[in-house]
Design a protein around this ligand. Structure first.
Ligand code: SF4
Length: 287
């Protein structure tokens, strides 16, 4: 399979966003314009959910956990970005950035974040900072290590007839170690984390190879855990295996065929408990 690709480290953090977030105005049908880990993962989880998110483009309130995760992610990006520029930021600057970013994003949301009780937002922001401070204290990356890439936008051609694969990799450590950040309420089991994130890691591995012409040295998933006393758990994995790559192409085939057939089949299961469209889905399914 011929793979041509392009890697860019953008000039400013504000310019890093390449993919339209779900719900943003679209210039037209773009389901086949590109592939991404989030699209493929959503397709894999439930085709009906994919339909609501990417075809009907329903806009729903952002869940608090997702909002918090985005803020944590933004601070980590800014932190790594400053390291990459060799202009490290102080804790005070990072905390100020969190507060400012939080405020701006909350204001820009199409709906208010559905906090359960008044005061929950302040508690959540303090928790987010506690998780970040724990990460800064326990980070497995040496402070003097300069990143190879931060929020790296990657575009990779998979050949004729297949939409290009896009992705934004959180961090690439020297030697081609791909790092992804996750914030979660519970500690992940090592094998379960690999299973849950297999599609995302396979996408990142493929686009990294297509971009650099070299094999990644492996993956690290840095989990920031929101326990009473926050924890950091790092799951490490070897390079993308041939079996994982093969599974990804099976999935891409299924995605392309399913979209052509408009096969928006619902997949009821435990994951419905945290689906944004549960009520609508139940109603339309006559449940
Ligand atoms: S509620 Fe379940 S079946 Fe319905 S769209 Fe969501 S994930 Fe799919």
């Amino acid at each position: 399979m011929s793979v041509a690709s392009e890697l860019r480290t953008p000039s400013a953090p504000s310019a890093i966003r390449l993919l339209p977030a779900p719900g943003q105005p679209s210039t037209g049908p773009d389901l086949l314009a590109y592939l991404s880990a989030s699209r493929l993962k959503c397709w894999q989880t439930c085709r009906r959910q994919f339909y609501y998110r990417y075809v009907e483009r329903l806009i729903v309130p952002t869940a608090p956990a997702l909002f918090i995760g985005r803020q944590i992610h933004a601070v980590l990006c800014r932190w790594n970005w400053a390291k990459w520029k060799e202009e490290p930021l102080t804790r005070g600057q990072l905390r100020d950035f969190l507060a400012q970013h939080w405020e701006e994003e909350a204001t820009a949301e199409p709906f208010p974040i559905p906090w359960k009780q008044p005061g929950d937002e302040i508690i959540a922001r303090d928790q987010a900072w506690a998780m970040l401070e724990t990460y800064f204290d326990q980070c497995p990356v040496p402070p003097e290590e300069k990143p190879e890439g931060v929020e790296v936008e990657v575009e990779c051609s998979l050949g004729d007839g297949i939409p290009p694969l896009f992705g934004i990799i959180d961090l690439v450590r020297p030697g081609g170690k791909i790092v992804d950040y996750k914030s979660a309420a519970r500690s992940p089991g090592g094998e379960m984390a690999a299973h849950q994130h297999a599609t995302q890691l396979a996408v990142y591995g493929l686009i990294y190879r297509g971009t650099t012409g070299t094999q990644e040295s492996g993956f690290e998933v840095h989990h920031l855990i929101k326990t009473k006393v926050p924890k950091v758990i790092v799951s490490t994995y070897g390079p993308l295996s041939a079996a994982m790559e093969s599974e990804l192409f099976f999935l891409i085939d299924d995605y392309l065929e399913g979209i052509a057939r408009e096969a928006w089949v619902p997949s009821p299961g435990q994951h419905c408990a945290w689906c944004d469209h549960l009520a609508l889905c139940r109603k339309r399914s006559g449940l």
